[in-house]
Ligand binder design. Structure first.
Ligand code: IPM
Ligand code: MN
Length: 386
């Protein structure tokens, strides 16, 4: 993950801010959500102890669980708890049981999209990369993986066809693909800022050979680049080509910038080639510096890239690492506690180095030990406190 440590300087953790109470809304959701959230909460307790950070956790229902109790995926009470919190730790939502509902009422769309819009979480940060000891879990050939890759998809999250006007008539349906200047400017800035703290490169992905929205998008990305970030390398790829290039030369990418729809597609591809979607965390934030969030409350929602995996729910075998990494992203991006984030990431590496594997990343190689969700979480906790 590109480091935001010490950025922006004014948000540096101080002895004072370390004493602040950090309020977190815990929305575990459906499927494996509650199981992996249990491990994330153990990690929060360990971080609290080690780094002397005080957390106040408020749990609330979301998704299918909320539909069953309140008839809607995002009840007012849940939204209120989120509003009163500094960050949202989200599990996963959805399952067979609610699939017959109309799309906008289903757990995924009915909970996630309104949350993103409500808190203006326009920047979705999805780091991808293969860990040295998990290269075998990636579907990519070793010759392509080489020494390993690490890139981050920066996806615009509150515009595009997702939120443009929708029409559904008897003989036609349409979703308006629309971007406003300020929406493109602010997500481009997030991408360039992240590149500054990473390997100084942004790849913009669009479909500017066909779409007016993409031509507009690209011209604004170029303008922000020239005026504000000329030292960062910028190149462009069309979405169709980008999906291929990521598969054949993943090492060439650092920050990959895309609109909502193309970013959705790219981030699934990125998660898959990283080994297991049970490993990848993501952040949805309303800015990374004071310019973006001036006058409004800083907010972040942190959720695993994988879904609720109903097929393995309740068995205690889900990989808790993605949810635990969400805690790491939250500590860095919402609370400027980058040292705690590093401690979590190192503890995960140590656990994997020791051979512990949940079923999704177990290959049967010598030195591997198949473990449960709880055993994986306990080992990470032990390594944080060590
Ligand atoms: C994601 C998901 C969501 C999206 C769905 C569940 C609405 O696929 O977070 O990537 O399309 O944004
Ligand atoms: Mn998606």
């Amino acid at each position: 993950m590109p480091s935001l440590k010490n950025y922006p300087p004014s948000h540096k953790a101080t002895a004072d801010s370390a004493k602040k109470l950090r309020k977190i809304a815990i929305l575990a959701g459906d499927g494996i959500g509650p199981e992996v959230m249990t491990e994330a909460k153990k990690v929060l307790a360990a971080v609290s102890e080690k780094f002397k950070i005080e957390f106040e956790l408020k749990e609330s229902l979301v998704g299918g669980a909320a539909i069953d109790s309140f008839g809607e995926a995002l009840p007012a009470e849940t939204l209120k708890i989120c509003e009163e919190s500094d960050a949202i730790l989200f599990g996963s939502v959805g399952g067979e049981k609610w699939n017959s509902l109309p799309p906008e009422k289903r757990p995924e769309v009915g909970a996630l999209l309104p949350l993103r819009k409500h808190f203006d979480l326009f920047a979705n940060i999805r780091p991808a990369g293969v860990l040295p000891m998990l290269k075998n879990s990636s579907p990519l050939k070793p010759s392509i993986i080489g020494d390993g890759f690490a890139f981050t998809v920066v996806r615009e999250l509150t515009g595009d066809v997702y939120f443009g006007e929708k029409k559904s008539e008897k003989d036609f349906a349409s979703d308006l693909m629309i971007y406003h200047r300020n929406e493109v400017q602010r997500i481009a800035r997030v991408a360039f800022e992240l590149a500054r703290n990473s390997r100084q490169k942004v790849t913009n992905v669009d479909k500017a050979n066909v779409l007016a929205t993409s031509q507009f998008w690209r011209s604004i990305v170029e303008e922000i680049h020239e005026k504000e970030f000329p030292e960062i390398e910028l190149d462009h790829l069309y979405i169709d080509n980008a999906t291929m290039q990521i598969l054949v030369r993943p090492n060439d990418f650092d920050i990959v910038l895309a609109g909502n729809l193309f970013g959705d597609i790219l981030s699934d591809e990125a998660a898959q080639i990283s080994g297991s979607i049970g490993l990848q965390a993501s952040a949805s934030i309303n800015g990374i510096n004071s310019r973006d969030i001036s006058g409004i409350k800083r907010m972040g929602l942190f959720e695993p890239m994988g879904g609720s995996a109903p097929n393995i729910a309740g068995k205690g075998i889900a990989n808790p690492i993605a949810q635990i990494r969400c805690v790491g992203m939250m500590l860095e991006m919402s609370f400027e506690e980058g040292d705690a984030t590093s401690a979590i990431e190192n503890a995960i590496l140590k656990t994997l180095e020791n051979g512990l594997r949940t079923a999704d990343i177990f290959t049967g190689s010598a030195g591997e030990q198949k473990v449960s969700t709880a055993e994986m979480g306990d080992s990470i906790v032990k390594n944080i406190l060590a």
